[in-house]
Unconditional design. Structure first.
Length: 221
């Protein structure tokens, strides 16, 4: 009877079972059960070696794939890492920005809320803009006499930039109404506008996220 116990073994494993891969003949006059046991023992060793090689190969593939995946994630994370990165992926609007009219945002401390009543122009453009807002307290009542200590447009990328022109706020015609002027965006894309507001001994911070359009040709320098 002829056995080939390394049949089907990957080439990388064949040196391990080189001494096994040879004909087994009952030329020694062994009893059949002893020869069968001997062949099974060698077959078991071959199978074990094959399994080890398979596991090692799978582990290597997983490590290679993992390295590729990490590289892709790192590249995406680094896309907007520069303080002056103006690549399209960093400045582009993403569809989750706020409308410039008819939305209300509560402050970080829950003291005040700010509603956007009007905007000129609509939508905001990469130039000077004016916003009309209504300031309310936690009970929904209008707040007069507030001071806007900060009105800061800034690119959505935290490591980006703001603008050199400082917006100003003045009281409007209605209770709790304020006009924010000279809100300037230097280019199109996704921008935040953050406001620090003080009134009646209270302070709060309120922010909005806007998609800024290109400056119309008629207004371009």
């Amino acid at each position: 009877m002829l056995y080939s116990v390394s049949r089907g073994v990957p080439p990388s494993v064949r040196p391990i079972v080189a001494d096994i891969d040879r004909p087994l003949e009952n030329r020694w006059g062994w009893p059949g059960d002893r020869l069968s046991s001997f062949a099974m023992t060698r077959a078991t060793a071959t199978a074990t070696a094959t399994s080890i090689a398979t596991v090692n190969l799978a582990t290597l593939v997983a490590l290679l794939l993992g390295a590729c995946g990490d590289g892709g994630a790192s590249a995406a994370d680094d896309a907007c890492s520069g303080p002056e990165d103006h690549s399209p992926a960093c400045i582009a609007c993403r569809g989750d920005e706020d409308p410039v009219v008819g939305i209300e945002r509560e402050g970080e401390r829950g003291v005040f809320a700010l509603e956007l009543l009007a905007s000129a122009p609509t939508p905001h453009i990469a130039s000077l803009n004016t916003m009309t807002v209504r300031l309310a307290d936690s009970a929904g009542g209008p707040v007069d006499g507030a001071v806007f200590t900060r009105i800061e447009p800034h690119t959505r990328n935290p490591e980006g930039h703001g603008t050199s022109l400082r917006p100003e706020a003045r009281p409007g015609e209605s209770a709790g109404e304020y006009i924010l002027e000279n809100v300037n965006y230097v280019h199109s894309g996704s921008w935040t506008v953050t406001m620090d507001i003080e009134a009646g001994g209270e302070q709060d911070t309120i922010g909005f996220l806007f998609c800024i359009d290109e400056t119309p040709a008629a207004l371009a320098p």
